[in-house]
Design a protein around this ligand. Structure first.
Ligand code: ADP
Length: 160
């Protein structure tokens, strides 16, 4: 059986923490689809197309990764792709409550999709897309937190 997992998220933008999770996930699954959520509740800095393009460039050297976007229920999207699992990253206890709630809700509405939680390297546990945007907006150095393509796009965004 070809085991497919979906790694859903906002990825506004992708960080080295997300990449760490992707690299772990491809060791467990045959294909990992990084799926950008078209989340109407969040107002993103980058468009869906920009976020997808940045991810594509960042995962170029990692095999068995695909990039896509979706605007349906995550469990419906998993079924559509034939995925058996969805990947989520856990950084700290603070992530736990929300992720626990989501995993149980998703299990209720999409029974045959398992939520799989992976932990990044310690040095990425304090990283978040929103923190990166804040630092970049104030002109701080983010080169050790994000891939070069993201660093350049952020520079471009905030120099306007
Ligand atoms: P969402 O809006 O779905 O939380 P994010 O892009 O913020 O979208 O995060 C997607 C997933 O990646 C979540 O499971 C989140 O916990 C995880 N994640 C975010 N940043 C990191 C990081 N630095 N290390 C590990 N996992 C992370």
């Amino acid at each position: 059986m070809h085991r497919i997992a979906i790694y859903p998220g906002t990825f506004d933008p992708i960080t080295n923490g997300h990449l760490d999770i992707i690299k772990r996930a491809v060791k467990i699954f045959d294909t990992v689809i990084v799926a950008v959520a078209n989340n109407i509740e969040k107002i993103p800095l980058f468009s869906i197309e920009e976020r997808v393009a940045m991810i594509q460039k960042s995962v170029r050297d990692i095999s068995h990764v695909e990039v896509d976007s979706f605007n349906s229920l995550i469990v419906d999207y998993c079924h559509q792709k034939g995925a058996i699992a969805m990947i989520r990253g856990l950084r700290a206890i603070s992530d736990f409550e929300y992720e626990f709630q989501m995993a149980l809700i998703n299990r209720k509405i999409g029974k045959d999709v398992e939520s799989v939680f992976l932990m990044p390297k310690e040095k990425y546990t304090y990283l978040s897309s929103s923190l990166i945007k804040e630092i970049a907006a104030l002109g701080g150095d983010i080169s050790s937190f994000v891939p070069d393509v993201v660093k350049n796009k952020l520079k471009e965004k905030y120099s306007k």
